[in-house]
Write a protein that binds this ligand. Structure first.
Ligand SMILES: Nc1ncnc2c1ncn2[C@@H]1O[C@H](COP(=O)(O)OP(=O)(O)O)[C@@H](O)[C@H]1O
Ligand SMILES: [Mg+2]
Length: 296
């Protein structure tokens, strides 16, 4: 098959791993930097260009690896390939939904996937009441579109929560509030879903003195076997968002697992190292099972 990897560079470890496995399996694979893509509409069928090259009909499948910075344009490029009937491991809509944590929480809550008590507002006039709705401090204040643990703040007292929230509301920064799940104990679990199956799972434990368990914040990783419930949550969340591949993050609370976020382009380095699972190969297998060869 001819596969396009939508990513900014092959120097990105995960992108390179997927390219390697695609080549091993005998496919033609090309890096399509979505930040260098243009779409031309009107006067005939839509066309997708990489630089000046027309790539509209070059691929049987695309694997989007859209980073946090150019999500909107990346999703629009994915959408155009979708409209041209090219198979994608992530629907454009799924990428956009997963990018915003409030949007993700809304969809999970409607579909009955448990999430931590979460509140969003932009009203600076009743912040105390908002904090009370979450059971009082400590509360987590999160940027709606943060990643890697940046933009996740723990406010331990009502005073500090109020002043931080007030500042963000006044600055028109998109945030939301969440109950602090203290028994998560600085740990979360990351489940990699490919198709309708969890293919790899790990626990991430924060460094001493941090409640955030992001690998980018120096967390340690360890392979785990998730429960059936956790696996079902991860697979359903991926499906509900419209993704074929996802990294689903759960925290373990006393009331059971809670979903905190879904990543449409999960990193492969940490999970492959911790679990010895060839996740990149799983993704290529998934493409093989689902993409149709284009008519030549
Ligand atoms: N409600 C919460 N209670 C306790 N810990 C949390 C909560 N939300 C997030 N965390 C911790 O902070 C980390 C980062 O939060 P997350 O929502 O995944 O943001 P990011 O997109 O930056 O990774 C999580 O992996 C988890 O360890
Ligand atoms: Mg996270």
């Amino acid at each position: 098959m001819d596969i396009a990897l939508l990513s900014v560079s092959l120097t990105v470890h995960s992108t390179r791993r997927i390219a390697e496995e695609a080549q091993h399996a005998g496919h033609y694979v090309e890096l399509i930097d979505h930040t260098k893509c243009s779409v031309k509409l009107g006067e005939g069928p839509p066309k997708i260009f990489l630089g000046e090259e027309d790539v509209t009909h070059e691929f049987d499948a695309i694997i989007p690896r859209i980073g946090a910075k150019v999500t909107r344009h990346g999703a629009a490029i994915v959408k155009q390939f979708e409209m041209n009937n090219v198979f994608s491991t992530a629907r454009s809509l799924g990428i956009t939904r997963a990018r915003n944590k409030v949007r993700t929480m809304q969809i999970m809550s409607r579909k009955g996937v448990p999430v931590p008590p979460t509140l969003f507002s932009i009203n600076p006039d009743n912040i105390e009441a908002q904090i009370e709705l979450l059971g009082g401090p400590p509360v987590i204040i999160k940027l709606q579109e943060g990643t890697h643990g940046y933009g996740v703040i723990l406010a331990e007292s009502k005073k500090s929560a109020k002043s931080i929230i007030d500042t963000f509301y006044k600055m028109d920064t998109n945030i939301f509030l969440q109950q602090f799940i203290s028994e998560a104990n600085g740990e979360d679990i990351r489940l990699i879903v490919v198709g309708n199956r969890v293919v790899a799972s790990m626990k991430r434990k924060s460094k001493l003195d941090d409640f955030r368990s992001n690998v980018h914040q120096g967390a340690e990783t360890e392979a785990i076997t998730p429960t059936e419930k956790e696996k079902n949550m991860a697979v359903s969340a991926t499906k509900y968002l419209g993704l074929g591949v996802a990294g689903v993050d759960l925290i373990r609370s006393k009331k059971g697992p809670l979903l905190i976020e879904v990543n449409a382009s999960p990193g492969l380095r940490g999970i492959e190292a911790a679990t010895n699972v060839n996740v990149a190969k799983e993704i290529i297998n998934y493409v093989e099972r689902n993409a149709r060869r284009k008519k030549r």
